[in-house]
Design a protein around this ligand. Structure first.
Ligand code: AMP
Ligand code: ZN
Length: 473
């Protein structure tokens, strides 16, 4: 059997992966809080852990892996969104949940085996909290229940900090209902305007961390193999999950292997609304960038390195994928029972998910298009849905106007579409004056115009001035 090595945040080392039960390899990944579209940073863990899921299925068998990813559908950000929009919480969470599934599906991510929603597991959370209180690990005070951090000797082991350092450096909240500022909330009271459930401590709602402990226990047991998420979750979220789960269920560390992806940036900068470089997965898809291109860009950087989303990378990824589709247009994928993964690719993935190396091996497979197609599918590319989406087969022109500024990209993309339609009409009428007019205006606005059989590409060049584009739509 292929040996998988994974970098374990707990030991800070790459370790040989040995599942508790090879017949049922179990993985839990923290999912989204559902109140808005997922931004492209949120999609990084989804794509990374999707590759791990696919690798585990390949090595242990598709029926021998259980993957759980939750939806946080009780949270103060959701309550705030409901209050400001005048819509109900249920409406917002169910709409956002569906958006998430659609957007992540477009990136070629498989759906996990279980996608529990926090609101469906309130009773299990209450039971776990009652046990923590009974055993002295938690206490109820003024309608709140808090976890006694100093009762859990290993607190801080995952993130490598001592409790005293954390107090000195962290923004821990001091509150009248806390015995110690480090203690964190398991349960909090709800007023009439806030969602709440009856509990032994009055009407209230759970804290965020307890949700993952209760749901992973229900669906995967007290100890399981892999726990994943972005490295921003390591402290306090994962540290708190471990403390709750170990104190309530026994066990060493809840999960044996803790994996964390690094953060995503845009053009070398932290993504933020104020910098104008914030966008959602849907923004990119609407702009005409195929989900597969996003996936390709993500996987070209190792998951433990910061990943930089750039227009240049998206353009290169699109060109590579286009070439792969051209090479494999007449081929059918080998059926799953007969498929044997390429050894180099499997080795690359098994070495702590070296997707960068796996992609360069795929790039070198162009002499064998059948192997290219089959192994690309192992990494989640060129699925039946994606083949339709990318649409090389019927030569539908692709418009690909991109810039690091999303508003500009959107504008360029729309002008690109208009130019493409105009160009097709001009080919029939043999009258190119309108095409020339649009092209001229684009060049005057500092846009490089590339027209080919594949479609229109508009690229902001030196002297680009978006204000000169306004009249073109
Ligand atoms: P949230 O809904 O904020 O709890 O985030 C959902 C997931 O997205 C978590 O696993 C986060 O670690 C991850 N995440 C958030 N921002 C980024 C980012 N910029 N890059 C990579 N992952 C991120
Ligand atoms: Zn979690």
């Amino acid at each position: 059997m292929t040996e998988i090595k994974l970098h374990n945040s707990l030991s800070r080392k790459k370790e040989i992966f040995a599942p508790i039960d090879p017949e049922n390899v179990r993985m839990y990944v923290c999912g989204p809080t559902v109140y808005d579209r997922a931004h492209i940073g949120n999609a990084r863990p989804v794509v990374v852990f999707d590759v791990l899921y696919r690798l585990l299925r390949e090595v242990y068998g598709a029926d021998h892996v259980t993957y759980v990813r939750n939806f946080t559908d009780v949270d103060d950000k959701i309550n705030a969104r409901a209050a400001e929009s005048g819509r109900s919480i249920g409406e917002i969470t169910s709409e956002t949940t569906q958006w998430y599934l659609d957007d992540m599906g477009a990136l070629g991510a498989m759906e996990p085996d279980h996608m529990p929603r926090a609101t469906q597991y309130i009773a299990q959370m209450v039971t776990m909290i009652e046990k923590l209180i009974a055993d002295g690990f938690a206490y109820a005070h003024e309608g709140h229940v808090l976890f006694r951090v100093r009762k859990y000797a290993d607190y801080g082991k995952l993130s490598g900090r001592s409790v005293d350092d954390m107090i000195a450096g962290a923004r821990v909240e001091v509150a009248s209902y806390k015995e110690d500022p480090m203690d964190f909330v398991l349960w909090k009271p709800s007023d009439d305007a806030t969602p709440g459930w009856d509990s032994p401590w009055g009407r209230g709602r759970p804290g965020w961390h307890i949700e993952c402990s209760a749901m992973s226990y229900e669906l995967l047991g007290a100890s399981f193999d892999i726990h994943g998420g972005g490295n921003d979750l390591m402290f306090p979220h994962h540290e708190n999950e471990i403390a709750q789960s170990c104190c309530a269920n026994g066990g060493q560390s809840m999960a044996n292997y803790w994996l964390h992806n690094e953060m995503l940036q845009v053009e070398g900068k932290k993504m933020s609304k104020s910098l104008g470089n914030f966008f959602t997965v849907r923004d990119l898809l609407d702009e005409g960038i195929p989900g597969e291109v996003v996936r390709f860009v993500f996987l070209s950087t190792h998951y433990r390195k910061p990943m930089d989303w750039t227009v240049e990378k998206a353009r290169n990824a699109e060109a590579t994928l286009r070439r792969w589709y051209e090479l494999t247009v007449d081929l059918e994928p080998t059926n799953e029972a007969e498929f044997v993964a390429d050894k180099d690719i499997l080795d690359a993935l098994s070495n702590d998910l070296n997707t960068h190396l796996a992609l360069s091996k795929l790039r070198k497979m162009t002499a064998n298009p059948q192997a290219l197609l089959d192994n690309a599918r192992l990494l989640g590319f060129m699925s039946d849905e994606c083949r339709v989406q990318f649409n090389i087969v019927d030569e539908t022109p692709k418009v690909f106007g991109v810039s690091s500024n999303f508003q500009h990209s959107k504008l360029l993309s729309e002008i690109g579409k208009k130019l493409e339609v105009t160009r097709v009409k001009a080919m029939e009428s043999k009258n190119f004056s309108e095409v020339d007019r649009i092209k001229g205006a684009l060049v005057a606005a500092g846009v490089e115009v590339r027209m080919s059989k594949a479609g229109v590409e508009l690229l902001p060049a030196a002297g680009f001035d978006a204000s000169k584009l306004e009249g073109l739509l």
